[in-house]
Design a protein around this ligand. Structure first.
Ligand code: NAD
Length: 254
């Protein structure tokens, strides 16, 4: 399916690597001006930064260094998007993984995981929605949730809690912002082979989750979960809001 995002500005947090990079590249190929917002510009598994790769492919993109756990920084990214006419699509995707059994988990790590994954999405939604409403140009917000938003797994307490929060933030925001014409949805990827857990923020590393390919469809490429973001942000989804769209190859069918 090809979408047309010409004249639209799309912010992708965590767009330097992994799923965010695949999403940013798809939006870029569809004609959008892409603002990649990430703590690090260098991709983990590619040669060129995302914004450069998009430009090389003939698209338009820029990079803004941002830590989404700082609400002031995410507000600045949204402000930066005004240079390109204002944010039309906000993809709150930046996330980190830290694993530990509940009995061993420490509160500081909980705060960090929650601060990036849940509060980062919260701040991104708030900043983007305020901007859309101020400009009188309602757009669309797509968050990266996870199968972990609903599927509990041992050792995942901190991460699963943060992703459960992303799902509920998506739902409540959808209800509150409906009257403004702003739609809010989330994509829930299953295990995807990315660099999550490996040097994501330069913080000390804990456990790296094994990316298994045991989904019934048996694949785990970031590119395969990108399409749903473009669909949810598009006119084709004009009556879809508050929805969690699973892109997991059947991993968590329930
Ligand atoms: P990744 O580590 O490859 O990419 C995450 C990106 O976010 C990186 O570029 C990283 O630099 C950036 N980032 C980290 N902390 C940040 C911060 N504080 N501010 C701004 N940017 C920050 O991982 P990924 O797997 O592509 O993860 C992307 C999203 O997908 C996350 O929200 C993750 O929870 C979610 N997710 C991943 C999987 C999976 O199996 N990989 C499954 C479901 C959901």
């Amino acid at each position: 399916v090809s979408y047309d995002y010409a004249d639209e500005t799309v912010i992708v947090t965590g767009g330097s690597s992994g799923i965010g990079r695949a999403v940013a590249e798809r939006f870029g190929a569809a004609g959008a001006t892409v603002v990649v917002a990430d703590v690090r510009e260098e991709p983990k598994r590619a040669d060129a930064p995302t914004h450069e790769a998009i430009r090389e492919a003939g698209g338009q993109a820029t990079f803004v260094e941002t830590d989404v756990s700082d609400p002031g920084e995410i507000a600045l990214v949204v402000e930066a998007a005004r240079e390109f006419g204002g944010v039309d699509v906000m993809v709150n995707n930046a996330g980190i993984y830290r694993g530990a059994p509940l009995l061993d988990a420490d509160p500081e790590t909980f705060d960090r995981v929650y601060g990036v994954n849940a509060r980062g999405a919260f701040a991104g939604m708030q900043a983007a929605a305020r901007d859309m409403i101020d400009r009188g140009e309602p757009g669309s917000i797509v968050n990266t949730a996870s199968i972990s938003s609903e599927l509990a797994q041992p050792g995942h307490a901190m991460y699963d809690a943060s992703k459960g929060a992303v799902m509920m933030l998506t739902r409540v925001a959808a209800l509150e912002l409906a009257e403004h014409g702003v739609r809010v949805n989330a994509v829930a990827p299953g295990p995807v082979d990315t660099g999550i857990g490996s040097g994501d923020t330069g913080e000390s590393e804990t456990e790296v989750p094994s990316i298994d390919k045991s989904a019934p469809m048996g694949r785990a490429a970031p590119a395969e979960v990108a399409g749903p973001y473009l669909f949810l942000a598009s006119e084709d989804a004009s009556y879809v809001t508050g929805h969690l769209l699973y892109a997991d190859g059947g991993y968590a069918v329930f």
